[in-house]
Design a protein around this ligand. Structure first.
Ligand code: COA
Length: 360
């Protein structure tokens, strides 16, 4: 028990063929394939196929007709609740009792629905009570286009490109907290709806998938002060973290951050200038304060800038992340079913020694 690692940092918990984060910050590879040249050539749904089926010509299926039970407009919570409901609605079989092929089918059906739930929840948050007619949504040719049509009834090409690129860049990233959660639940033999809804819950926290929600207000605050250097120093002096910096795995630039920064530039983001100024100031000050621990720009920083091009409201950011991650989660749930073993780590007891009730 002497090898206790808080947060399991550095502990190898599974072997995977899906992807390995490139710690040196060079390349983002899914199933061994560099993702950068795929952007613009294949839409997100083919990347889903690459991750889940190891086949770029396989695609995430089209969603089947389905009416969510009740949407509140809080997309992460709607997504978590509605995804869990599919276990009952569709009578999903337990992973321990169904074939690998059946699990793959369940994951495809669920993934396609999850995007639609987020789009509809965002529409409720915008104050609409009527859904966009199916005939309008059907005009979309890609998942990103359909997503925007289902949400807003229209799909601006720049917004489609921003969302598609963001989804591709964040589709999978090894054994992060949400993927681990999905694999833990899958390891018990639960159904795919239970595994995916657990992953959504894990992704909703600010230390994992929620950071973009904090980045946009941060950029606005910094732009208002006009002095990124001072803002960074004041923030760190107050003991706060700068959202969008630092990563448990990367000790160099996150390749996803580089790709998303280029996308933000290419799509003419109005925030790119202040984002680059803040990045420069933050990297310099973090390096000065933590020379022993490289704290670089992470995926969520430029994700926020790219999502802003599509006018994604910050509270929707975790659910947008969840939409992209359905691919990685599905691939891991399937891998867990095929090759995995029930997770059951140990805890070291550090509580009170045995004592009598009289001492309480
Ligand atoms: N801003 C300021 N300081 C930071 C920091 C940040 N973004 N990230 C880490 N640090 C500091 C911590 O304060 C800590 O300093 P200390 O040792 O003096 O207390 C040190 O770096 C190590 O922090 P720790 O939380 O142990 O690092 P980690 O590798 O476990 O954390 C993150 C990874 C992502 C949780 C962390 O970097 C973070 O909170 N980032 C901001 C949130 C974010 O961008 N999340 C999205 C991740 S993709």
């Amino acid at each position: 028990m002497s090898d206790f690692k808080p947060g399991l940092e550095g502990v190898v918990a599974v072997e995977t063929e899906i992807m390995e984060p490139d710690r040196e910050g060079g390349t983002l590879r899914y199933r061994g394939i560099d993702v950068e040249p795929l952007i613009g050539r294949y839409p997100y749904e083919n990347i889903w196929g690459l991750l889940v089926d190891n086949d770029l010509d396989s695609v995430m299926p089209q969603p089947e007709p389905y009416q969510p039970a009740r949407l509140t407009g809080n997309a992460p919570s709607d997504l978590q609740a509605e995804t869990a409901r599919f276990s009952g609605e569709w009578k999903l079989g337990k992973l321990s009792e169904i074939s690998d092929q059946q699990a793959r089918e369940d994951l495809g059906r669920l993934s396609a629905q999850m995007m639609g739930i987020v789009a509809r929840s965002a529409r409720v948050a915008d104050g609409h009570t009527e859904e966009v007619p199916e005939s309008v949504v059907a005009k979309g040719t890609t998942a990103a286009e359909k997503f925007l049509l289902q949400w807003r009834g229209e799909a601006d090409p720049k917004a489609v490109k921003a969302i598609d690129t963001y989804w591709i860049c964040t589709a999978e990233h090894g054994l992060n907290a949400s993927t681990f959660a999905a694999r833990i639940v899958a390891s018990t033999g639960a159904d795919c709806g239970a595994a995916l809804s657990s992953a959504v819950g894990a992704l909703s926290g600010p230390l994992h998938g929620g950071a973009p929600a904090y980045v946009k207000p941060m950029l606005e605050e910094v732009a208002a002060t006009g002095d990124p250097e001072k803002w960074v120093k004041d923030t760190l002096d107050a003991g706060k973290r700068i959202m969008g910096f630092g990563h448990r795995i990367y000790r160099a630039e996150d390749p996803r951050s580089r790709i998303l920064k280029e996308t933000a530039r290419a799509l003419g983001s109005p925030q790119i200038e202040i984002a680059e100024r803040l990045e420069e100031a933050a990297l310099a000050e973090l390096e000065r304060r933590h020379p022993e621990r490289p704290l670089k720009t992470n995926v969520e920083y430029y994700s926020a800038v790219v999502l802003d091009i599509a006018e994604i409201p910050p509270p929707l950011a975790p659910a947008m992340f969840a939409c992209s991650r359905v691919a990685g989660w599905s691939a891991h749930i399937l891998e867990q079913k095929v090759t995995g073993r029930l997770f059951r780590p140990n805890a070291r007891y550090v509580g009170p020694a045995p004592r009598s009730l009289a001492t309480v």
